[in-house]
Design a protein around this ligand. Structure first.
Ligand code: TXA
Ligand code: MG
Length: 348
């Protein structure tokens, strides 16, 4: 593992988490494991600590942060929102702790830096025991974006975090590989109808089961139209981009294999499934078995980082995922990694 004397690598023992809690109380930055991806945490109620997150990540100042709590009561205890909508209680009961972020109207306790000037705040109660223990030790809610340099794939291991953040942050707690592998589902309750802003491990089908009507924001499956205002500022940036060009193919399994083999050169690769490997004549990065979409989500960012480390790869071909269930989260991340470049093989 890459090490740097400036960034402490902590294990996930109670003493280490307590130490990390003190760093946060003192205004420092700690990367923590969550069930989705690693987060870069600071005291959410301290605007100057939060500013350090933006500097460490190179994050645009207009992109707000998620506030992480360890108990539903923290919302009232720290006076985070102006009002808790009924939908938030329903969602919390069903999906918290877990990979769901809920946007509500903010209170004046939320620093400008956290909400990036919006009148709302995003709140999440993670299920990862280390994240929750860290929030408890710090004694404050934690503002935490994904712990990557802005624009690179989100980190799902402590090693990924160090690769991006070595020397830029005070500490990272190693909690192993994140279970879900893609960032939380983001839903806003600040409008008249609940609206999905970012798909994740909790699917829109699951949200509709408990809330009834849920709209899907246009930016989830498409690029933002020129001049349109992003409901979730993070959606307007080219995200999750590996150095290699990612091209998505809309096709059947046979078409995928034939196309990739036909255009193969020494610098092409496939972001594929286990079943494809015996038939492909290029370097393969597998997301797992074809039918196991949650495994694809779990492995996506790790495989994108591996592609980055392979300097020979200039173009990588992947299937365009289905938008059903957790497929929507994969679709949303991959289409951004590909800069919206899709080839429809059915039309050629
Ligand atoms: O799983 C996750 O959500 C991870 C872990 C660490 O919890 N965090 C994460 O944070 O993915 P970040 O900053 O990488 O993504 C947060 C997204 C951004 O797209 C941001 O624009 C959006 O949530 N967001 C945050 N606050 C918002 C608000 N008040 N209104 C609209 N969008 C908001
Ligand atoms: Mg992020």
């Amino acid at each position: 593992m890459v090490r740097d004397l400036n960034t402490l690598l902590l294990d996930s023992s109670a003493e280490s988490i307590a130490k990390a809690g003190r760093i946060i109380k003192d205004g420092g930055l700690v990367a923590m494991p969550t069930e989705t991806v690693y987060g870069l945490a600071a005291n959410a109620l301290d605007g100057s600590a939060v500013l350090k997150i933006f500097a460490a990540k190179g994050r645009p100042a207009d992109n707000p942060l998620i506030v992480h709590i360890s108990d539903f009561c923290d919302i009232g205890k720290f006076n985070l929102v102006s009002e808790i909508p009924k939908g938030a209680k329903i969602l919390a009961e069903k999906f918290w702790p877990g990979p769901l972020t809920v946007i509500m109207k903010k209170s004046s306790a939320i620093p400008f830096e956290v909400s990036a000037g919006l009148d709302t705040v995003a709140i999440r109660l993670p299920s990862h025991p280390v994240a929750r223990e860290l929030i408890r030790c710090a004694g404050v809610p934690l503002a935490a974006p994904s712990a990557n340099i802005s624009g690179s794939p989100s980190p799902t291991t402590a090693e990924h975090v160090l690769k991006d953040m070595n020397g830029r942050i005070d500490a990272v707690i190693d909690g192993g590989m994140c279970e879900v592998g893609v960032e939380s589902t983001v839903i806003t309750l600040a409008g008249s109808v609940p609206r999905l802003l970012r798909p994740g491990g909790i699917t829109v089908e699951q949200l509709r089961e408990v809330l009834g009507e849920v709209e899907v924001d246009d930016a989830v499956l498409n690029g933002l139209a020129d001049g349109a205002k992003a409901a979730s500022p993070g959606m307007k940036y080219k995200h999750y981009a590996p150095k290699a060009r990612v091209v998505l193919l809309k096709c059947t399994d046979d078409e995928y294999i034939n196309y990739v083999n036909n255009v193969s050169t020494g610098s092409t690769a496939a972001l594929c499934c286990d079943e494809d490997i015996p038939f492909l004549n290029v370097r393969c990065f597998s997301l797992g078995k074809r039918s196991e979409f949650s495994v694809h989500a779990h492995r996506l960012f790790d495989e994108l980082r591996k592609i980055d480390e392979d300097n020979a790869v200039e173009v990588v071909f992947s299937r365009l995922p289905s938008t059903d269930g957790v497929g929507m989260a994969l679709y949303n991340r991959l289409i951004r990694a590909a800069g919206f470049e899709v080839i429809d093989l059915g039309k050629n």
